[in-house]
Design a protein around this ligand. Structure first.
Ligand SMILES: CC(=O)SCCNC(=O)CCNC(=O)[C@H](O)C(C)(C)COP(=O)(O)OP(=O)(O)OC[C@H]1O[C@@H](n2cnc3c(N)ncnc32)[C@H](O)[C@@H]1OP(=O)(O)O
Ligand SMILES: CC(C)C(=O)C(=O)O
Ligand SMILES: [Mg+2]
Length: 540
């Protein structure tokens, strides 16, 4: 498809120009070149590589991209220029190596800009616009003109400027909603007004450039398409001046997902299969990551299409639906934007079906009783943790399905006080094998030591703590910690393990597990009577 084909939408990417105007996003020549190569792979029609007059670095970036990315048959390479001869000359020079160069001349047309910024009359602006478009045309065939702040420009004056700049040689007329003030209905009116009142408008490609100050940039770009616009200006991840620009990925995926809806606006039958854009959507995610990494502007998790949560499902009802049939809650396939797969995020809102499916994926084959125990525990832990990783799940399953001592001590409550100006104290309640409820408190060198002293005093089984270790099995501050305890009794070793987000609690359970193994051994070795008379607590 050629760019002059009115049957499709031209994607003009301005990540390297308007996108770079995001505070703090400055890119060097190598970084811009890397992004430009990726944009070419993505298949954008026009790469606005920079603003050549802005700095020697930007001049160099435009020139390098023109040379290395602007190959015959490849993307058009564009530079921005004010309606000033020096700007246009610099743009032309920088673009000189490009096979398909475009100069993008802009000049404000709204009264507020004319009065306060340019300090020029409408007649002066009209004359400058015409003259500078003609000047740009003396360097390149492909000239784009933007009446800056078009959406706040008096319509009759806007029509006049556009008519004159087309006559002067502009090949694309871009209508900027520079301050992002338009609503989609107003955008519709603006475009319809231009198409009706600019007599030569059909000679050029009509374009929009929508800023996102009210969060309406994508909606406005799509409204413009519905009204005959055939080029949209956008950026990867929606970055750009102030609140940014329309996001390329949102426009492209809206056109793809809602193709039957948009087809008639491009004069095609609803069911037409011909692509509406030239974009290889499978490159979207990779491009988004590269831009985020090089500009340092992170993508918000709930960002449409490329946010970390865009293909993640957290709640049980949704997870159940997606597991049964993906399209119950997904309007596009993660693979379409280059993501390997969607994500089922296990958390407090997950249900049994999602949990079972995760266990199968992790290779666990639990019987119903173990599954039930593991699920109950999963919910308890999920209440404390934001997200449950595979490691969390594995730790829970190991913990809940380990061979439990049937008769033994049960831990009821663990409470500790500690800090830099208090003596670490633990208050513990346990239930003994005979059903007696005991509570005791102890102080120790730290909270775990205090917990172990209190438990040892109540269980009254002599043993020596020979190993205590804590391992963070998952990542992050809310990670699950697994505590392993080994106790020596005479010449035998008894171990216990437990995992929890609270390592003091995990320590208490791990200790009780080890004690119960020892208790069961003593029970079978000596019989119950012998056990109760001979055991005496000793804790090291
Ligand atoms: C909506 C947009 O995104 S527009 C693009 C904005 N992008 C940028 O500005 C990024 C790069 N900019 C720059 O590096 C600098 O601003 C430069 C090199 C372009 C100009 O720098 P300076 O010459 O120091 O001018 P400065 O930025 O202070 O002021 C802008 C001048 O350009 C004039 N101007 C603004 N837009 C235009 C235009 N489209 N055509 C002609 N003149 C313009 C202003 O009236 C002002 O002129 P004045 O100095 O006579 O008052
Ligand atoms: C240069 C123009 C197109 C621009 O970025 C704007 O008006 O927002
Ligand atoms: Mg802009």
């Amino acid at each position: 498809m050629s760019i002059s084909d009115p049957d499709r939408i031209v994607i003009f990417d301005t990540t390297l120009r308007d996108g770079e105007q995001s505070p703090g996003a400055t890119l060097n020549v190598e970084e811009k070149l890397a992004i430009a190569h990726q944009l070419a792979l993505l298949g954008v029609d026009v790469i606005e590589a920079g603003f050549a007059i802005a700095s020697p670095g930007d001049f160099e970036a435009v020139r390098t991209i023109a040379k290395q990315v602007g190959v015959p048959g490849g993307s058009i390479i564009c530079s921005l220029a004010r309606a000033i001869r020096e700007d246009i000359k610099a743009a032309a020079e920088a673009l000189q190596p490009a096979a398909h160069p475009r100069i993008h001349v802009f000049l404000s047309t709204s009264d507020i800009h004319l009065k306060y910024q340019l300090k020029k009359s409408r007649d002066q602006v009209l004359a400058i616009a015409e003259e500078m478009v003609a000047y740009a045309k003396s360097f390149v065939q492909d000239v784009e003109f933007s009446p800056m702040d078009a959406s706040r420009t008096e319509p009759e004056f806007l029509y006049q400027v556009l008519s004159k700049t087309i006559a002067a040689g502009a090949t694309t007329i871009n209508v900027p909603d520079t301050v992002g003030i338009c609503t989609p209905k107003e955008m519709e009116k603006l475009i319809q007004g231009i198409r009706k009142n600019v007599p030569n408008i059909e000679q050029v490609i009509l374009s929009v450039h929508t800023q996102n100050d009210l969060g309406l940039a994508t909606a406005n770009a799509l409204a413009a398409i519905e009204n005959g616009v055939r080029q949209v200006e956008c950026t990867i991840n929606g970055i750009g001046e102030r609140a940014g620009n329309a996001a390329l990925e949102e426009i492209v995926m809206a056109l793809q997902v809602r193709k039957p809806y948009y087809n008639p606006y491009l004069g095609r039958p609803t069911e037409s299969d011909v692509p509406l854009v030239n974009i290889k959507t499978q490159e979207i995610y990779k491009t988004s990551c590269l831009v985020s990494q090089l500009t340092g502007i992170t993508v918000q998790p709930n960002k449409a299409i490329v946010g970390a949560n865009a293909f993640a499902h957290e709640s049980g009802v949704h997870q159940d639906g997606v597991i049964k049939h993906r399209e119950t809650y997904e309007i596009m396939d993660a693979a379409d934007i280059g993501l390997p797969e969607n994500r089922i995020v296990l958390g407090k809102h997950s249900g049994r079906n999602a949990f079972r499916s995760k266990l199968q994926e992790l290779g666990f084959d639990l019987n119903e009783a173990d599954f039930h125990k593991a699920f109950i525990r999963f919910k308890e832990v999920a209440d404390k943790k934001k997200e449950m990783s595979d490691w969390d799940i594995e730790a829970i399953v190991r913990d809940e399905t380990q061979i439990q001592v049937e008769s033994g001590f049960q831990l009821e409550h663990v409470q500790v006080t500690c800090g830099d100006c208090t003596c670490p104290t633990a208050t513990i309640t346990i239930v003994t094998p005979s059903g007696e409820i005991l509570t005791d408190a102890a102080v120790g060198t730290g909270p775990v030591d205090a917990v172990y002293k209190a438990i040892a005093r109540m269980v009254q089984i002599s043993s020596q703590l020979i190993e205590f270790s804590v391992q963070s099995v998952t990542e992050g501050i809310d990670a699950l910690g697994t505590v392993t305890v080994r106790l020596r009794h005479q010449d035998r070793i008894f171990s216990g393990q437990s995992s929890d987000t609270d390592i003091v609690v995990a320590s208490a359970y791990a200790y009780i597990n080890a004690v119960n193994r020892l208790y069961r051994y003593l029970q079978s070795a000596r019989g119950n009577e012998c056990l109760s008379s001979s055991s005496k607590a000793s804790f090291t």
